[in-house]
Design a protein around this ligand. Structure first.
Ligand SMILES: CC(C)(COP(=O)(O)OP(=O)(O)OC[C@H]1O[C@@H](n2cnc3c(N)ncnc32)[C@H](O)[C@@H]1OP(=O)(O)O)[C@@H](O)C(=O)NCCC(=O)NCCS
Length: 167
């Protein structure tokens, strides 16, 4: 399998914030934004590995500014690290006011996707070749983020085993 660059998997997605997507203040709902982040991230991961993927983990998301109804929400997703079957994707979120053309950074998130076969079993993915200095730094930082996730996952597995035993 040929290794790919982060650029090859990049995805940009633009959505108009409609009334049905907003809370009582007319701001985009956090859950709706997380849904869009998941979709943009999954498309980048699928573009990288040319396989179906499932979301294994979403790191914390901080919402810095509300996105008002009528603005565009723009999501940029890029693969930042690749393991044997898993991929880390970073999604940056901006909003744009069509009337002024102003753009504002809203939030970002790191997600982990796993490539799977038709039975949902993890399958190997092609490697990643970071090109720019930023991509190389991001790749190094991703290794630390992954260690933290796997620590959390192990801790969660012990909790799940206790819950199973109590039932
Ligand atoms: C994700 C899933 C396919 C992993 O399957 P598994 O049998 O546990 O497989 P493994 O333990 O071999 O893990 C496969 C890869 O995922 C990674 N992974 C699994 N859980 C992870 C987590 N919580 N965070 C980060 N990476 C994770 C592993 O490190 C491994 O990576 P690598 O192959 O690059 O080294 C499986 O847990 C699953 O199907 N989960 C449900 C996914 C889903 O339904 N998502 C939708 C939202 S609920």
């Amino acid at each position: 399998m040929r290794a790919k660059t982060p650029r090859e998997s990049m995805v940009e997605m633009t959505e108009l914030v409609l009334p049905n997507d907003t809370n009582l203040l007319g701001n985009l709902l956090g859950g709706r934004l997380m849904h869009l982040i998941d979709i943009a991230g999954a498309m980048a991961a699928q573009r990288h590995c040319n396989r179906a993927v499932v979301t294994a983990c979403i790191d914390s998301v901080d919402f810095r500014h509300p996105v008002k109804q009528g603005r565009a929400v723009i999501l940029r997703a890029k693969v930042t690290w690749v393991g044997r079957t898993s991929m880390e994707v970073r999604v940056d979120v901006f909003s744009e006011d069509f009337l002024t053309g102003n753009r504002e950074f809203n939030s970002n998130a790191y997600l982990t996707f796993v490539a799977v076969d038709s039975e949902g079993k993890p399958v190997e993915v092609c490697g990643l070749c970071p090109e720019t200095e930023d991509e190389k730094k991001e790749y190094e930082a991703a290794i630390k983020r992954r260690e933290e996730r796997l620590r959390r996952r192990n801790a969660m597995q012990s909790v799940m085993m206790r819950c199973d035993a109590e039932q």
